[in-house]
Design a protein around this ligand. Structure first.
Ligand SMILES: C[S@@+](CC[C@H](N)C(=O)[O-])C[C@H]1O[C@@H](n2cnc3c(N)ncnc32)[C@H](O)[C@@H]1O
Length: 566
């Protein structure tokens, strides 16, 4: 958009922001590059570090849609009956407003990207570059479910609203919905709104307790794929049709888009965070959201990035359509397929045991875990964070028969997943032993049912680690086969990147585990390869690399477990 047409759009957007009370105090919005699009850059110095202030009234939230005189009457009943959720409302709003000729949101919507780098926008050929990865299958499923949501719910509603409006650009099509969906996921924030802002008329009820002061980092992140907005006080409250439950006193978490703030790009070393100012004591604008400098001095024209959270490339590509080469937050997701349980021996008893210990059928293996393993890769960029530390609950002691394994503090795999695998891999005699241990416990406890950690302890006592580790080795080996069947080896990916003019900063992955440390650079795609292809190769190569490294850890642990009779 670096053209005079683009300049005119930006100019109209800046005026629109100003009319709507947005203050660019220490920053400007400008085009960054064809990869990132627009971004926010430092302008003049601000002594209090407040770079940008946006009134919360400008945010696109589910409440806003429900309260809107045009949208509200058409959506409220559907929302209250649970036919559509809060995200649907925002996607609907974006779809319709983009098609309305005289939308008051036009200057904002005209600034938004028209295509995206997430796999939903890949051609069929481009998608093949993801074959064998989790994202390949997820994209196929997501496309299908979006298609039915469009056909079954969205299209008719948009048609109705556009007819009511009587002045639309054209008829809606599936790509309009895809556009709105991608805009939502790439730009939505999980906003901690002041209670009094969301529920002005029920303010006095606000003391109905709040406990669980959840992850403060959510307030500085773009929305997490799993986060659900609109929640207050652990209790469902219906106000204006919005179901709300809170996790922090005086705060209502709501997903939404905040024009202006949503032009911040993601950086590994963010120069700013965003916060909400309920009273106006910081910004002099009550009920506003502001961008706050992280403290380090900003050079004029330096890009002001925020952190979208510690996201791996799978999540970055899926939600935001970009990847970071050498992403220190990259992870591998491993799961035990639930369907496979039906074909193992004693599947019913094992299913019961899995339920009794609230077993997790999947686990995330962040790259940082490798720092603590048998073969550390030495990339400790997450120092101070506990992300790489594992909480091994394996200090179980039952009858004291089973010795604590010597390798315990080097085992990088989450205990919650190992216990699942122990259960699935259990042999007949082990199952019998677990039953007797649990019966013994019930008898001695006067009929009390064993807790989930007691069930886990009994399973560990009976099974040890080798069955679970063998299963993990099998799962990781299968994962590697899928990845390589889909797109060749890690080395062939490295060569593809190298041949595209991307070699200098990359180490060939020929087995030197320390090579990871040299890649944390977030490099941009080279000119000679399409951005989508580059993203896919960087992502899948990272998955192969992590699979290889975690497989090596699992194989070594298995060997030790067998040697120690575990
Ligand atoms: C919240 S928007 C940021 C504003 C956006 N650049 C624009 O032009 O509207 C998020 C999108 O910006 C782009 N983006 C953000 N951070 C990036 C990064 N570090 N590298 C590449 N693209 C990035 C991605 O396209 C992402 O989906």
């Amino acid at each position: 958009m670096a053209s005079s047409q683009g300049d005119a759009k930006l100019e109209r957007f800046l005026q629109w922001l100003q009319v709507n009370g947005v203050e660019l105090r220490g920053c400007k919005i400008k085009y960054s590059d064809s990869d990132k699009g627009f971004g926010i850059f430092a302008a003049n110095d601000v002594s209090d570090g407040v770079l940008l202030v946006v009134p919360l009234d400008l945010a696109i939230t589910p409440m806003r849609v429900l309260q809107d005189p045009f949208f509200g009457p058409e959506c409220r009943a559907m929302f209250e009956e649970g036919d559509v959720d809060d995200r649907f409302l925002m996607v609907l709003f974006l779809t319709v407003e983009r098609l309305r000729k005289n939308s008051s949101w036009k200057p904002y919507l005209d600034m938004l990207p028209t295509t995206f780098g997430n796999p939903l926008w890949f051609t069929d050929d481009e998608l093949l570059d993801l074959k064998g990865t989790t994202l390949y299958r997820a994209t196929e499923l997501q496309k299908k479910s979006l298609r039915s949501l469009y056909d079954d719910k969205l299209k008719a509603l948009v048609d109705k609203l556009l007819t009511l409006d009587g002045d639309s650009e054209r008829d809606v099509c599936f790509e309009d919905f895809l556009w709105a969906n991608s805009v939502f996921w790439a730009r939505a924030l999980n906003i901690p709104l002041p209670y009094s802002y969301v529920f002005p008329q029920v303010e006095e009820k606000k003391n109905c307790s709040a406990s669980n002061d959840k992850s403060s980092d959510v307030s500085t992140n773009m929305v997490n794929g799993n986060a659900k907005g609109c929640q207050v006080d652990g209790v469902d409250i219906q106000v204006n049709g919005v179901t709300s439950v809170s996790n922090q006193k005086d705060t209502v978490w709501v997903e939404g888009l905040v024009p202006g703030i949503d032009f911040c790009n993601h950086g590994l070393k963010p120069a700013a965070t965003w916060e909400v100012d309920g009273t106006g004591s910081i910004t002099r604008v009550p009920f506003s959201m502001y961008l706050l400098s992280a403290g380090q001095p900003l050079e004029t024209d330096e890009e002001i990035s925020i952190s979208y959270g510690n996201k791996g490339n799978e999540e970055l590509l899926h939600l935001y359509g970009f990847v970071l080469d050498g992403n220190p937050d990259d992870y591998l997701m491993v799961h035990y397929p639930v369907q496979a349980l039906q074909s193992v021996s004693f599947s019913d008893s094992k299913a019961q045991l899995l339920e009794a210990q609230k077993a997790e059928m999947r686990c995330l293996l962040p790259r940082s875990l490798l720092d603590h393993g048998f073969f550390p890769v030495g990339i400790s960029t997450n120092e101070g964070s506990d992300k790489g530390q594992l909480n091994h609950v394996c200090s179980y002691s039952w009858s004291g028969q089973r010795k604590m394994p010597s390798y315990l503090n080097k085992l990088v795999f989450p205990e919650s997943f190992l216990t699942t695998l122990r259960t699935v891999a259990m042999k007949e005699d082990e199952l019998f032993q677990v039953s007797s241990l649990l019966e013994e416990l019930v008898t001695s406890g006067g009929g009390r049912q064993p807790s989930d950690s007691e069930v886990r302890a009994a399973i560990w006592e009976a099974c040890g680690d080798s069955g679970a580790l063998q299963m993990l080795v099998d799962l990781l080996t299968m994962r590697m086969v899928d990845l390589q069947d889909g797109s060749g080896t890690e080395d062939s990916d490295t060569n593809l990147l190298k041949n595209a003019g991307f070699s200098e900063s990359l180490n060939l992955h020929t087995g030197n585990e320390n090579d990871l440390s040299e890649e944390i650079n977030g490099l941009q795609p080279p000119q000679s390869m399409s951005r989508n292809k580059w993203s896919s190769i960087v992502y899948r190569r990272g998955q192969k690399q992590l699979t290889r490294l975690f497989l090596k850890e699992a194989e070594h642990a298995l060997q030790l477990a067998l040697d120690e009779g575990n």
